[in-house]
Design a protein around this ligand. Structure first.
Ligand code: COA
Length: 140
């Protein structure tokens, strides 16, 4: 997958303001600047995509231990830029870094919202059910 003309993939995180804006404008839950800042410094890998004017239009990251366990998070493309390969290029680049730097057998997990399901399936992700059950806990 290659990016449409005018877009550029950047290895690294966007600014905290862009992180918060992309989550909000792509329909993900709203996070504070403090959460965004910690997410950026605490990630194992981060990618974002800018458009021709330099504005950040997409992002995605990996939280991980650098050894074998990774979580795909914050996959978000602004609505008006969706369907142009941005999410695919970001995910491919993140997975390439795992292939390049981590021994085979890495476990890469995610929770798929409906908009991302097809993208993840196309990259080889499979449902943990019925063998196992995904679970989560959200603190008060
Ligand atoms: C999921 C998401 C990051 C994909 O980003 P994207 O830049 O649109 O991704 P791509 O252009 O590479 O498209 C990947 C797949 O997403 C789907 N898709 C993308 N845009 C779409 C749209 N507007 N409507 C329906 N499906 C769409 C397509 O099925 C596409 O697969 P295909 O190439 O086989 O047709 C984006 O849709 C998004 O930000 N959604 C809202 C936020 C969200 O739910 N993120 C978390 C997902 S777990």
């Amino acid at each position: 997958m290659t990016l449409a003309a005018g877009y550029r993939l950047v290895d690294g995180a966007p600014s905290t303001d862009d992180y918060v804006r992309l989550r909000r404008e792509s329909g993900l839950s709203v996070k504070t600047a403090e959460q965004g800042s910690a997410a950026i410094t605490g990630s194992w890998a981060f990618r974002h995509v800018v458009d021709a004017s330099g504005g950040v239009v997409g992002m995605g990251r990996l939280v991980g231990d650098g050894a074998w366990y990774f979580l795909v998070a914050d996959m978000a493309t602004l609505p008006e830029h969706q369907g142009r390969g941005i999410g695919s290029v970001i995910l491919d680049s993140l997975l390439e870094q795992i292939h390049a730097e981590v021994p085979a057998g890495a476990y890469v997990t995610l929770t798929a919202d409906p908009p991302g399901r097809r993208l993840y399936e196309s990259r080889g992700f499979v449902d943990v059910a019925p063998a196992r059950t995904g679970m989560h806990l959200v603190t008060n």
